[in-house]
Design a protein around this ligand. Structure first.
Ligand SMILES: Cc1cc2nc3c(=O)[nH]c(=O)nc-3n(C[C@H](O)[C@H](O)[C@H](O)COP(=O)(O)OP(=O)(O)OC[C@H]3O[C@@H](n4cnc5c(N)ncnc54)[C@H](O)[C@@H]3O)c2cc1C
Length: 440
């Protein structure tokens, strides 16, 4: 039997996948399938959107439907960052008014429902397993079904399911994880003042985040590194609560609440794919790059990517494949902008200068430019993919196979690399190799 055939098959029906379908439909591409492995029964993290995201929801033509859902308006962020005092950033004084705490499952399923209503075909509870390049595009093994596609969109989030099959790798920038618990409010004392504020509180080992969900429960998470989770055994409730009780504002916020879930770990590290477009495919949302949740920007970026991807794919289907490279460059450029902002934010917290969590984010440069360095002999073969793609790291190691200075190594690398990475990123990669004893 002939496989069902589509112009575009989208892997992943999260906010990036569904929005890409909506953007393509707006561009007149109507033969679209969305392949989604889950049934949306598990809670999804990533619940706060900032005011400007409303503009993207309007562009996608879903704003009226969004307003009909029970998402909770958010008036701003209260943060104790760099100081123990709370400071308020009120959205109300910004151009686009309020932000929102989402019922994330409802948000994702709304986008998916609208994509289907407007013409996309959904293959629910179906997982992409394999992909084969054909003369006209791709044959995808999705669950027990084979689908043909002229173009494939990887919108599978952190799984990067299709891109990995094409040999793409994540370039990681940190080891951030969120360790989540959920709390119920007493019915007679629902939080009122500050209820709609996201609370952020920095501590020695990272930062606490808490936000009310539309169903009245409070999501509380410690954002920290894997090492801290292991050392303090934070999956054990008593150890987790011990750290939570050491906070000021977060502890006060949960003081009358009842914990209703055990600590659960979510990966939250920042990365970008080393290859996010190829012949007949591209990646969107977290499949292409993931930002630190401190930015509360992941969903916004996913929608932004989707609108740009919709235009790029439509052009590519008409033979203008150059636009795919432009799309990738925009995503990379935005990622570099995010890294700079991230550095500036973390640098504002100066209270725990010896804490490995803060050190890793504040002093990423640990080699003096004039320090003489040399790659260590017999480094075990390893795919580095940290700060720069593996091939770039290998050429840095090659560049210091004989002694040179850090500054010279960076200069020589930049001369030979056609990519045009910013200097700070190459310097950070050299520092990373130094800290990890690949360079001595
Ligand atoms: C701890 C944490 C807190 C965050 N907080 C915020 C926040 O407050 N605000 C914000 O804007 N962002 C936040 N983010 C980021 C935000 O959650 C993501 O950026 C966003 O979910 C990306 O959407 P996506 O559609 O690309 O990926 P996802 O939402 O992960 O969707 C991917 C979809 O692909 C499906 N899939 C995966 N593999 C396959 C496969 N093989 N076959 C078929 N389907 C597959 C999955 O089931 C899923 O539905 C946070 C992230 C983390 C980790």
């Amino acid at each position: 039997m002939k496989s069902p055939s589509f112009e575009v098959v989208i892997i992943g029906g999260g906010c990036a996948g569904a929005s890409t379908a909506l953007a393509l439909l707006q561009k007149g591409v109507t033969s679209i399938a969305i392949v989604e492995k889950s049934d949306f029964s598990q809670p999804r993290v990533g619940e706060t959107i900032q005011p400007p995201t409303s503009q993207l929801l309007k562009q996608l033509g879903v704003w009226e439907d969004f307003l009909k859902e029970d998402h909770l308006p958010s008036s701003g962020v209260a943060s104790a960052w760099g100081t123990s005092e709370l400071e308020y950033t009120d959205f109300i004084f910004r151009t686009y008014g309020k932000g929102w705490h989402l019922d994330r499952n409802a948000f994702d399923t709304m986008l998916l429902r609208l994509a289907v209503e407007r013409g996309a075909t959904l293959f629910a509870e179906t997982r992409l397993k394999n992909a084969t390049k054909t003369e006209n595009g791709w044959t995808l093994q999705c669950g027990n079904t084979k689908l043909d596609a002229q173009f494939v969109v990887d919108a599978s989030g952190r799984a990067c399911a299709f891109a990995k099959l094409q040999g793409a790798h994540k370039i990681q920038f940190d080891d951030l994880h969120g360790i989540y618990t959920y709390w119920e409010q007493p019915k007679d004392a629902l939080e009122t003042f500050g209820a709609a504020h996201t609370l952020v509180e920095s501590v020695e080992h990272g930062w606490w985040y808490s936000a009310l969900l539309p169903n009245g429960t409070l999501a509380v998470a410690l954002m920290t590194d894997t090492e801290v989770i292991k050392t303090h055994q934070l999956k054990h409730t008593e150890n987790y609560l011990d750290l939570l009780q050491q906070t000021t504002h977060t502890a006060a916020r949960i003081s009358r609440l009842t914990q209703v879930s055990s600590p659960a770990v979510k990966v939250a590290n920042a990365y970008e794919l080393d290859t996010m477009v190829g012949d007949g495919w591209l990646a969107v949302g977290d499949s292409a790059s993931a930002y630190d949740p401190l930015s509360s920007f992941g969903i916004h970026k996913a929608l932004q990517n989707s609108l740009e991807a919709g235009a790029a794919i439509q052009a590519a289907l008409c033979g203008h494949t150059r636009v795919l490279k432009d799309y990738a460059q925009n995503v990379q450029h935005a990622f570099e902008g995010f890294l700079t902002t991230r550095y500036q934010y973390y640098a504002m917290e100066t209270r725990w200068q010896d804490s490995p969590f803060w050190k890793a984010r504040q002093q990423p440069i640990s080699v003096h430019p004039l320090q003489e360095i040399k790659a260590r002999p017999n480094i075990p073969p390893k795919k580095w993919n940290r700060i720069l793609p593996n091939h770039a790291i290998q050429s840095l190691l090659q560049g210091c196979s004989t002694p040179t200075t850090a500054a010279q190594l960076v200069q020589d690398f930049q001369k030979e690399s056609a990519h045009g990475y910013p200097d700070w990123r190459v310097i950070q990669a050299v520092s990373y190799l130094f800290i990890n004893e690949a360079i001595g």
